[in-house]
Design a protein around this ligand. Structure first.
Ligand SMILES: C[S@@+](CC[C@H](N)C(=O)[O-])C[C@H]1O[C@@H](n2cnc3c(N)ncnc32)[C@H](O)[C@@H]1O
Ligand SMILES: Nc1nc2[nH]cc(C(=O)O)c2c(=O)[nH]1
Ligand code: SF4
Ligand SMILES: [Mg+2]
Length: 241
């Protein structure tokens, strides 16, 4: 039996990565110890008993708040189904969703015809259905100093890296090398001999931190050089949650 702590549930358009533009039900779980200084969901970091509420309040809440409710993972899908959402894609994010075992919830969702996706920092083991799309956004050298797990990197269907400066790209390169996930096109450019495949596998996305102009320019330039992809947090440009 797994207990999930849920900060919010809402229906919107996925604004990041390969599923950008896909109507999605977002389940944001509570708690994250990683400490990224630019994190856009800091209200999910702490799990304080005084912020626990019942599920009705979560469905009513607007804006960022540290309140959350507790639910058994087998009860979460029925709760979502009651909301009358039309989206068939469920994105589990946080906070850090891989603090929780997501096998039961994702399996029930797939059994009911949903597709699922997890957004994770790569600092915890990814526990989910084999068809869940896993987005790893590896948090290299963050405040808590937590290592990126090979299990998460090797499970990733896409790697989505938030960047603001060249150092962040260099850190990603080192991690991809360590995990043997090097972009064949980069090798081709470097050595003019390795056979190129058209796309990196897993796909690599660069995501400018906080829509900064210089970060966006660097991400565009690097994506073109490497044949990587750009992820611009579409929801922040179109003003949806
Ligand atoms: C809030 S995190 C939650 C999931 C998980 N803890 C993680 O970091 O992947 C969701 C996504 O937003 C990205 N993100 C958070 N703050 C951001 C910011 N200010 N600018 C760009 N991306 C950001 C993260 O890198 C991650 O890909
Ligand atoms: N629309 C929308 N797309 C998103 N993709 C990843 C998000 C996240 O916070 O994990 C997010 C989010 O918060 N909103
Ligand atoms: S790992 Fe994710 S939720 Fe945690 S601080 Fe970093 S961006 Fe925020
Ligand atoms: Mg977000």
């Amino acid at each position: 039996m797994t207990t999930l702590l849920v900060n919010e549930i809402f229906e919107t358009i996925q604004g990041e990565g390969s599923f950008t533009g896909t109507p999605s039900i977002f389940v944001r779980l509570q708690g994250c110890p990683v400490g990224c200084p630019w994190c856009d969901t800091k209200h999910t970091w702490e799990t304080l008993p005084q912020h626990q509420v019942n599920s009705d309040i979560i469905f009513l809440k607007a804006g960022d708040s540290p309140s959350y409710f507790s639910v058994q993972s087998h009860d979460l899908l029925p709760l979502l189904e009651k909301q009358g959402y039309t989206a068939k894609h469920i994105v589990i994010t946080g906070g850090e969703p891989c603090l929780f075992d997501l096998n039961e919830f994702t399996t029930r969702a797939h059994d009911k015809g949903f597709s699922t996706q997890i957004e994770t920092s790569g600092t915890y083991e990814v526990q989910c259905h084999s068809d869940t799309w896993v987005t790893v956004s590896p948090k290299i050298n963050m405040k808590a100093g937590m290592p990126i797990l090979s299990q998460a990197m090797q499970r990733a269907n896409e790697i989505k890296h938030p960047i603001a400066m060249q150092k962040h790209i260099d850190e990603l390169d080192a991690l991809l090398h360590k995990e043997n996930l090097v972009n064949p096109l980069k090798e081709l450019n470097d050595k003019s001999q390795i056979k190129a495949t058209p796309f990196q596998s897993p796909m690599v996305y660069l995501q400018p931190i906080s829509q900064q102009e210089r970060a966006t320019a660097l991400a565009i330039k690097t994506c073109i050089e490497r044949n990587w992809r750009l992820s611009v947090q579409l929801h922040k440009y179109i003003g949806v949650e």
